[in-house]
Ligand binder design. Sequence first.
Ligand code: NAD
Ligand code: WQD
Length: 341
Amino acid sequence: MSKILVTGGTGYIGSHTVVELHNAGYEVVIVDDLSNSNIKILTQLHAITGKWFDFQEIDLQDDRAVQEFAEQNKDITGIIHFAASKAVGESVQKPLKYYRNNFYGLINLLTSFNSKIDFVFSSSCTVYGQPDSLPVTEAAPVKKAESPYGNTKQIAEEILEETAAVTPELRVIALRYFNPVGAHETALIGELPNGVPANLVPFITQSAIGKRGPITVYGNDYDTPDGSAIRDYIHVVDLAKAHVAAVKRLAENKTSSGYEVFNIGTGRGSSVLEIIAAFEKVNGEKLNYNIGPRRAGDVVQIYGDVQKSNDELGWKAQLDLNEMMRSAWEWEKYIKANPFE
Ligand code: NAD
Ligand code: WQD
């Protein structure tokens, strides 16, 4: 049984990936500093899988702690590296927090796990900015980052590509996620935003449950069919499964080079107004929303070309918008009834 380290494994995408790795027969060890997640997730993971996962509370910025952990866990064959700070707006206010956390963590891992290791990295479609053509392929140019957060993803990709080029023991797959939404079918795990959600779907669910006021649609005068901005929303469980596919591809030596990049989306774009309509229809809930000005830094539309992921990774998104909106709402209701604190 291969042992996989999941950094950020108590976080939103990490926790769903732990479940899918377990279902696929992998042994999992979780490292997280709980800076943006709750220890109760381990109980939730136990309720879903029947397994208490090995968990180490470590801040990956602590080079000694990471070194010690690596020495004690020499049987780890693969790392899925989720742990990072991820709030775009906060990164503009606190750039050094983002450069420190997102780079030190990555560099400490690469330095400490210096024997043969398979590495899967959480990248983002944010590296494309506003693409020149759609759907955007992996070959599209990386555009100047709109935020320090986005810049950490671009530079982290470069760090990994350059390191893999001179390190035969290191093989890397960077997954560029589009917009992850939704929750596990059990509603026992899901997204737990800190404070007022900046992202659309958690704002919708919190507004629907009465925790927030009306939703503001950021712009209805874009050059799109209904005037609102378009994104490629991907169910978090599909996204989690893409990580299992990446780990498998690396372990089976199927990679074409030491560093590969894949788009992880559905290949379909949905507008903000379509998301609102889908949520209302599938959940039978009326949403309260207003049209507001455009949000600074937003791209007009983006959705991914997922041919390469389908063909080479052997992965394809299965869950549709209805399931994304249904599961996001079930999770919001669950966490209201069963708060972690
Ligand atoms: P999350 O905040 O829910 O999970 C990240 C986890 O990492 C948290 O549990 C946090 O406590 C932990 N962490 C942060 N810094 C750490 C450190 N120094 N040491 C140990 N643990 C640390 O975020 P998420 O949405 O699950 O995102 C996971 C990854 O995917 C991130 O790298 C993020 O940038 C990337 N990503 C997310 C999205 C998205 O929209 N959610 C989109 C594209 C890429
Ligand atoms: C989606 C759409 C908004 C909130 C961000 C990061 C990106 C990636 C995913 C990590 C946009 C609109 C939103 C609201 C709205 N994360 N919206 N009202 O901006 O595509 O991407 O998260 O890598 O890097 O930038 O996602 O969910 O914030 O917005 O109208 O209250 O919803 O304008 O068109 P975004 P989002």
